[in-house]
Design a protein around this ligand. Structure first.
Ligand code: SAH
Length: 255
């Protein structure tokens, strides 16, 4: 059996209880050493075999899993954050399916959430934005043309941009091309929830300088939109005394 497990964004106690339990039972762990906090390996059994996938191809990962399966061993494939976001898990799952190897996925806390907590931010502020666009700049991995940063920027929604810290000048240009003003608030969150976490509040127009000033080159999320500044929003209906919900009668309703 193979478990694809979300490691969480960095802090070792932000893995799920299920993920931790699976790590403690695994005979083999293949972890993404480039981004997963190695402290998570403290949860493993002593005799567990550990591989760092940062140095491996998909074929090598699959062959380690195949060998473990032939010995009736349990493998944890440990992915950073939540495996469903930029985790390259589909291709692994397809390879496992083709070999009749069963697998399950255990979700994790994405850096999407880790960054919001670092900023003490709500992505979906009433009257500011009720949507979050999760995307990335096209780099060596292309992004479908219809999903350009500029086209998403035209919505003015909150945007959380992964995998793009090395392209901040071009990112600013695309955001402005799409309709964000250069003064629109933005944030850079480096290594959210790690001990070395850094948060930088800036604007769409100053992303590159702000990252440079703080020596941030990778492992960061860029958050863009008026929700970052949190100064112009409406109270939620959910907790409004006038508003009736399924669980609470509002004072604005006839009795
Ligand atoms: N599955 C992961 C994302 C993997 S892609 C998740 O759910 O978070 C790798 C990119 O995620 C990095 O380039 C960076 O943009 C972002 N990232 C991962 N961990 C991060 C963290 N702790 N803080 C900020 N960004 C992070």
């Amino acid at each position: 059996m193979v478990h694809m497990v979300g490691a969480g964004p960095g802090a070792p106690d932000l893995i799920t209880m299920r993920g931790k339990e699976l790590l403690s039972k695994a005979d083999v762990i293949i972890y993404a050493g480039s981004l997963v906090n190695p402290q998570l390996l403290d949860y493993k059994k002593e005799e567990c075999l550990v591989y760092d996938s940062a140095r491996m191809t998909l074929e090598e990962v699959i062959s380690v899993i195949e060998k473990a399966e032939s010995e009736q061993k349990m493998t944890v494939r440990l992915h950073t954050g939540d495996p469903s976001l930029y985790g390259a898990i589909r291709e692994q799952m397809d390879q496992l399916e083709a070999r009749g190897i069963s697998y399950e996925v255990c979700p994790g806390v994405s850096s999407l959430s880790g960054a919001a907590s670092a900023l003490k931010m709500e992505y979906t502020l009433p009257d500011v934005s009720q949507s979050v666009v999760i995307t990335r700049m096209a780099g060596r991995t292309p992004v479908p043309e219809k999903e350009s940063i500029a086209s998403f920027a035209s919505h003015g929604a909150t945007m959380v941009i992964f995998l793009s810290t090395g392209m901040l000048k071009a990112l600013s240009e695309e955001l402005v091309k799409g309709g964000y003003l250069p003064e629109t608030p933005a944030a850079i969150v480096y290594k959210a929830t790690w001990e070395e976490e850094k948060t930088v509040i800036c604007t769409v127009g100053t992303l590159k300088e702000s990252a440079e000033k703080n020596n941030i080159k990778k492992t960061a999320l860029i958050i863009v939109g008026n929700a970052v500044s949190q100064n112009a929003y409406q109270r939620s209906k959910l907790y409004d005394p006038d508003f009736t919900t399924e669980y609470r009668k509002g004072t604005g309703e006839p009795s």
